[in-house]
Ligand binder design. Structure first.
Ligand SMILES: Cc1cc2nc3c(=O)[nH]c(=O)nc-3n(C[C@H](O)[C@H](O)[C@H](O)COP(=O)(O)OP(=O)(O)OC[C@H]3O[C@@H](n4cnc5c(N)ncnc54)[C@H](O)[C@@H]3O)c2cc1C
Length: 496
């Protein structure tokens, strides 16, 4: 495609995406593809790969570029998508992006809230690197960079073991670990990144490095919370934990009991044993208000928690049972019910609060009153237990304050009008929910940039991370992430 034709094509796409319904709060479609790639360059790259190369003319291009949160703000048109089959493919992709000065995005599960798994240049798609090898004696899993959280849980579960990964099976295991990682078992066994033992990383200069507590120890520290900044993690090894059956599922209540349920939820979580984790979800739709829970302790202890949950208000329905942990870990997240067909577009806003205050409950209940059935609000990853006992500087993931939580507002739509309406509601809600000072952001849940830039994400670890960024990626080659500028400066819009 010539430069002129290409410009017109991009203009058409930009106009089309403008009709998707993101009038406000929408990040502009960025067009950074200055370089026209010749067919010869693409063919030479293809010849070097064990995996596949997808280019815009391929029939698979549209599905291959799509990520989970697909909307006018996250849409990108990569020039090439490298579907890696092995580490060498990631090396070739990095070389190629450097040579043609193309923006690069690494992708595992594609669940980034800001669509960071896609770019206008090169996508290094690891989702085909699915190897999971469990060592039951050492209680470890060695995984390819594209393995999903649910896939590790399933493989480990066959040996009576469990990983600490995301609560949604579709989230990339490497993606969740590199940003910190909070899951059902974080009260017992810490963050996902606390359980990382080693990683193989393709760095910006094209070297493949091993990072662990002895080799490239500075990189290993940085990978555990700020990892996407430092290279492509092509494989990793993580710790597993013995686990028996757990009590898990959902208890639903009427929407009119929202305030009562949230107040009780706070009490329940403040006193929760390490083995208990729960998420409060609120939707004006048919599912109402519901608490999703996992109790990884004894059956009698779990029954006590359930009894108090049943006593706060009359449950409208209940789906809780004793089950294998892997079965629970393979259930879709509340924000991601099995829609058939899936919605055309999705959006999300998330805000971190350091406690579930009465003020916060008031805002949530008020926004629920203005919400439509296509939305779901939630309080996720109530911080307690082992994850809070690890020092904030022990890894790059600092957000370890007991009582902290993430409020999320997720929505999905098929037509532009609905998209506009839902985005307006989410933007208004975000305006009410964002704290006026000392804003903090969980990297894995980032949906906007704070005034202080990446310092809001990495807080006490920020300065050290800047130094490590300068060492491993001085030109900020990897920037589709909660981005740390090698200069340490906050660059407006750098993360979008
Ligand atoms: C439905 C849903 C449920 C979620 N549940 C949880 C949860 O329970 N706990 C939690 O902590 N978070 C959760 N998250 C957030 C999730 O952890 C982050 O969005 C995470 O970054 C997703 O990783 P991914 O590989 O799926 O996404 P991607 O979009 O593929 O990647 C996300 C970011 O990580 C980078 N990245 C991914 N893999 C690699 C790699 N191998 N090497 C280098 N960089 C890489 C990408 O470049 C991008 O910057 C959830 C998100 C969704 C949408």
């Amino acid at each position: 495609m010539s430069w002129h034709t290409r410009r017109n094509f991009i203009k058409r796409v930009a106009t089309a995406t403008g009709t998707l319904g993101f009038a406000s709060g929408c990040r502009r479609l960025q067009v950074t593809d200055r370089n026209d790639l010749s067919r010869g360059a693409m063919d030479r790259l293809r010849a070097k790969l064990t995996g596949s190369l997808i280019v815009p003319t391929d029939p698979l291009y549209e599905s291959a570029r799509r990520v989970f949160y697909w909307n006018a703000g996250t849409e990108r048109r990569p020039q090439v998508i490298v579907q890696c089959a092995c580490e060498e493919d990631a090396l070739r992709a990095v070389e190629f992006a450097r040579r043609y000065e193309l923006e690069v995005a690494a992708r595992a599960g594609g669940h980034s809230h800001l669509g960071w798994g896609c770019s206008n240049g090169v996508v290094i798609d690891l989702s085909g690197m699915k190897r999971v090898a469990i060592d039951p004696l050492r209680r470890t899993a060695r995984c390819g960079g594209g393995v999903l959280s649910g896939e590790v849980a399933r493989a480990a579960g066959r040996h009576g073991l469990a990983p600490v990964l995301g609560q949604c099976p579709g989230v990339g295991a490497s993606g969740v670990i590199l940003g910190g990682g909070l899951g059902w078992l974080s009260g017992l066994h810490g963050a996902s990144c606390d359980n990382l033992l080693s990683a193989r990383v393709v760095a910006a200069d094209g070297r493949a490095l091993t990072a662990d507590s002895e080799r490239n120890a500075d990189l290993f520290w940085a990978l555990r919370g700020a990892g996407a900044n430092y290279g492509v993690t092509t494989s990793f090894e993580c710790r597993l934990h013995p686990i028996g059956p757990v009590t898990g599922g959902d208890i639903h209540y009427s929407v009119r009991d929202a305030r009562t349920v949230l107040r009780f939820f706070r009490e329940l979580m403040d006193e929760a044993p390490d083995g208990f984790q729960a998420t409060a979800n609120l939707t004006p739709g048919e599912r109402g208000v519901f608490v999703s829970l996992c109790h990884a302790g004894g059956e009698n202890e779990a029954e006590r928690s359930l009894r108090s949950l049943r006593a706060i208000a009359i449950p409208t329905k209940e789906f809780v049972k004793r089950q294998e942990f892997a079965a629970l870990a393979e259930r879709p997240a509340a924000t991601n019910p099995t829609n058939t067909p899936p919605p055309a577009f999705r959006g999300i806003q998330t805000v971190y609060w350091d406690r579930l205050s009465d003020d916060l409950i008031d805002i949530i209940v008020d926004r629920l009153g203005h919400a439509s059935p296509e939305t779901i609000m939630g309080i996720s990853h109530y911080m307690h237990g082992q994850v809070c006992r690890v020092a904030p500087t022990a890894t790059a993931f600092p957000l370890r304050q007991a009582g902290g939580l993430n409020v999320r507002l997720a929505y999905a739509w098929n037509d532009p009008e609905t998209g506009q309406r839902l985005t307006k509601w989410a933007d208004e809600s975000l305006g009410l929910l964002r704290p006026s000072a000392e804003e903090r952001i969980y990297a894995n849940f980032q949906t906007y940039e704070a005034g202080s830039g990446a310092a809001a994400v990495y807080s006490v670890n920020f300065a050290r991370l800047v130094g490590i960024k300068h060492k491993y990626d001085p030109q900020n080659f990897f920037r589709r992430n909660s981005n740390i500028q090698p200069s340490g400066k906050a660059e407006a819009g750098s993360h979008t």
